[in-house]
Design a protein around this ligand. Structure first.
Ligand code: CA
Length: 379
């Protein structure tokens, strides 16, 4: 089998009014996605997604990776990963070159699964679970007069939907963060898990100050307290607080995670499958995490492609550690408005309360809505 074509799709949709939201770094007024389709000479195709700036990721696939992929055997996932990474090693060991490579790798695994008639989680070594417990990623800043009130109402909505865990955005100034976290905790009661995510809005000193003020609200983890480059800052925050520290969505490849893990800078590592290097690299990062005893919960964002792919990975990640009643992973489920997450799959995910079934069927187990793909694609 040979790779006959590599296509890219840049999808964009505008958010309006109440759909617009912000995290600590920016307002979200559009949603964009970059998908890669690898097509074989036998007519089998696979899809992958890249995390991050869609136009940049697309250019890297089209200009740099596509010429190296044409004519190659799409089943040679490891060989192709190493060759593509090595071809641009001197210029792109982190960021978009690795995210674009992730999209190619996920597409190759989807194609391989379809060619062999097996779901990707089987190819990764089999499922440790048939369903995963999701937590709601929402509770962003919105264009409303009273953030705390809006957050409390949104949180109660997730409780009503059956979510037992959710994550609130912080990083908007410490006094406001404390007010918001308190409002959400009071809205959801003491039993449910509550996480906070600063998207690296603080330095270690301020992150510690925030952490101490919100410790009484029983925070399950504090995500990205400081910038990803500041591993010593991570350690400082981790040592100062009782709250577990999480991070890793802005880290790339086994080489990047080696630093984060060997320093034990986080309690929970959160690689994004569509950024860290795809399935081929995510399993290596899991291997590293397991040797350092660090828990691996995937970071998940983007369209149905990234979501389905992350569910296959989540199925194949062993509990840390295995036991009769292991601590099960928590799967990130984005609740912000995104038609590419909700409508790109022709068969929606099966979710009861906060439990999501792992998609079945060959490859990603995902049939894409080609009409939406065409209608949303920008050239
Ligand atoms: Ca995050």
């Amino acid at each position: 089998m040979k790779i006959q074509d590599v296509k890219t799709y840049l999808l964009r949709t505008e958010l309006t009014g109440e759909q617009i939201f912000a995290y600590s770094q920016a307002w979200y007024k559009t949603r964009t996605v970059m998908l890669v389709e690898v097509i074989s000479d036998e007519g089998i195709s696979g899809f992958g997604e890249a995390y991050g700036p869609a136009a940049g990721n697309r250019a890297i696939v089209e200009e740099l990776y596509k010429p190296l992929l044409l004519g190659r055997d799409p089943l040679d996932t490891q060989v192709l990963w190493e060759e593509l990474y090595n071809a641009f090693r001197d210029y792109g060991r982190k960021g978009m070159p690795v995210a674009a490579l992730s999209a190619v790798d996920i597409a190759l695994w989807d194609l391989k699964g379809k060619a062999l008639g097996l779901p990707i989680y089987k190819l990764l070594g089999g499922p440790f679970r048939k369903e995963v417990q999701a937590y709601a990623t929402g509770l962003y800043r919105r264009q409303v007069p009273d953030q705390a009130k809006a957050l409390a109402e949104e949180a109660q909505g997730y409780v009503a939907e059956g979510f037992r865990a959710m994550k609130v955005k912080v990083g908007f100034g410490i006094e406001e963060d404390v007010r918001n976290v308190k409002a959400v905790r009071e809205a959801i009661g003491p039993e449910r898990r509550l996480m906070v995510d600063a998207n690296h809005a603080y330095d270690a000193r301020e992150a510690i100050r925030l952490g101490r003020l919100i410790e009484p609200f029983d925070i399950y983890w504090f995500e990205e307290p400081v910038v990803p480059e500041d591993l010593d800052g991570y350690l400082q925050v981790k040592q100062a607080l009782k709250i577990p520290i999480a991070g890793g969505e802005a880290e790339y490849t086994r080489y990047g995670f080696r630093e984060l893990l060997s320093k034990r800078a986080v309690d929970i590592v959160q690689p994004d499958l569509c950024a860290c290097g795809g399935f081929s690299e995510a399993m290596k990062i899991w291997t590293l995490a397991s040797t350092w005893g660090v828990t691996y919960y995937p970071h998940v964002w983007g369209s149905a492609v990234g979501l389905y792919a992350s569910l296959h990975l989540a199925a194949a990640l062993p509990p840390n550690p295995l036991a009769l009643f292991p601590t099960e992973l928590l799967f990130e489920l984005d609740r912000t408005p995104n038609p590419f997450r909700e409508r790109l799959a022709t068969t929606p995910l099966v979710r009861k309360g906060d439990m999501i079934e792992i998609p079945q069927g060959p490859g990603l187990g995902l049939a894409l809505n080609r009409d939406l793909l065409k209608a949303s694609a920008v050239s």
